[in-house]
Design a binder for this molecule. Structure first.
Ligand code: PLP
Ligand code: ZN
Length: 437
């Protein structure tokens, strides 16, 4: 990656940890960035503070689309002027992002939203948006000399940590709720060589354990407590706006679990407004699963009360009862005049069947966003002609069991595609297919 650093010259990304600080979002304490950012002594979480470049010419991002330089080809590092200035020498990239926007008549008609576009974050290297945060956090881990990294995960963070740690030749330990991980995600974490510790408990229990263990064992913590993850995830918004020629949509709709992405989107929009890139902000709509909706419940009280819940939903990536980034996400909703909604598992599975049937495909948690669009249009919150971007957070192959269960369930689900078995004869085939397929 050294050539990259030379080609970039001194102005861009000849980073220097001394120019980055960690600021507690709760008590304002400032620390240097030469450490694994866990929690502040007051229990609060840190944000990353770094100097604003003198000027940013948006055309530089267009020019970078036409090169083979790894940092330019990454949909994260392409936007490096908007990110903390980590030295290119430490950057580990696959590269991430470059995720496409799709429209489909079936999606528009099912949701009732004519101008619906989906941005497919499942097209990232390990199949979820987690890679965008991971490239930044792993690069920071290398910059501070970490030898091993750790996370608790519902699956996708584990897959991403395992891959990026392997690329960086760092050890990795992932804490997973036993028996609660979709097959694709567990398979990835195993294949990429993470040490896997299965916890007899839910994600929230695994999260508490990893925070305690990382302090004790000196592991660099890669959960979204770590604000460098959120810095990377901000680039979903940067890349999306770049794709839309910096003309914001009316709404950005995304699923909410641990609420790291919601927090990152709010921080990205806040930054673009303060830096004079955007004059108007899109509204955020965060969609939770009915059985894992503590953020929705708090939103309904005007954010006066927050209570963790025991989470249960088919959408494992958002099966989280005590979201780490609650306070950050609340600020994102307030900043953007956003809304929070809930959808049932039945609605999630139907939305997933629609997205899949469009030839796009996504995992169940991602489909919550699309189910949310339909619900918010039906209740009149989102206008039928509003410009809406829904974020598909993960790849269709992450959770194959859920697909098989949906399409073969009794009683037959609304969009089920039932396989048929026939004797190997043309007559039998005619009996099944009739005149056509
Ligand atoms: C992590 C994840 C989510 C939830 O994002 P949060 O930042 O935890 O709210 C949703 N969908 C997928 C596919 C994920 O991997
Ligand atoms: Zn503090």
């Amino acid at each position: 990656m050294l050539e990259g650093e030379e080609r970039l010259g001194r102005a861009a990304l000849v980073g220097d940890l001394a120019r980055i600080e960690l600021e507690c979002e709760c008590c304002g304490t400032r620390l240097d960035a030469f450490r694994s950012p866990g929690r502040c002594a007051c229990g609060g979480l840190f944000r990353v503070v770094f100097p604003r470049p003198e000027s940013v010419d948006l055309r530089v991002f267009d020019r970078r689309l036409g090169t083979w330089e790894p940092l330019d080809r990454s949909g994260v590092w392409r936007y490096r002027e908007f990110l903390p200035p980590l030295s290119a020498h430490f950057v580990i990239t696959r590269p991430e992002g470059n995720t496409n926007l799709y429209r489909h008549p079936r999606l528009s008609s099912w949701t009732g939203c004519q101008e619906l576009v989906v941005k497919h974050e499942g097209e990232n290297p390990t199949g979820s948006f987690k890679d965008r945060g991971m490239t930044v956090a792993i690069s920071h881990a290398r910059a501070v000399g970490a030898r091993a990294v750790a996370c608790a995960s519902t699956g996708n963070t584990a897959a991403s940590v395992a891959a990026y740690a392997a690329l960086a030749e760092l050890g990795s330990v992932v804490f997973l709720p036993a028996g609660k991980i979709a097959a694709g995600k567990l398979g990835q974490a195993l294949a990429y060589g993470a040490r896997i510790v299965q916890i007899d408990g839910d994600f929230d229990a695994a999260m508490r354990l990893v925070e305690a263990a990382s302090d004790e064992l000196g592991l660099y913590l890669l959960n979204s407590v770590n604000p460098f993850r959120l810095e990377g995830q901000k680039t979903i918004v940067f890349e999306l706006l770049h794709q839309l020629a910096w003309e914001p949509p009316d709404w950005i709709v995304l699923p909410g679990g641990n609420l790291g992405n919601t927090a990152a989107f709010g921080a990205a929009l806040d930054q673009l407004q303060r830096w004079g890139v955007l004059a108007r902000l899109p509204r955020l709509a965060v969609i939770q699963a009915e059985g894992a909706a503590p953020f929705y419940a708090a939103y309904r009280t005007g954010f006066r009360d927050f209570h963790p819940v025991q989470a249960e939903t088919v959408a494992t990536a958002i099966r989280i009862g005590n979201p780490v980034s609650y306070e950050r996400a609340k600020r994102a909703i307030e900043l953007t005049d956003g809304v929070v909604a809930v959808v049932s598992d039945t609605e999630i599975l139907e939305a997933k069947a629609v997205v899949d049937r469009c030839g796009i495909g996504c995992e169940p948690a991602s489909a919550a966003a699309v189910a949310g669009v339909r619900k918010l249009v039906a209740e009149g919150t989102i206008g039928a002609d509003d410009r809406v971007v829904a974020i598909l957070t993960g790849h269709v192959l992450k959770d194959p069991e859920t697909i098989l269960r949906y399409h073969t369930a009794e009683p037959v689900r609304s969009l089920a595609n039932r396989p048929v078995t026939v004797p190997a004869s043309l007559d039998a085939l005619r009996g099944v297919l009739g005149d056509g397929a």
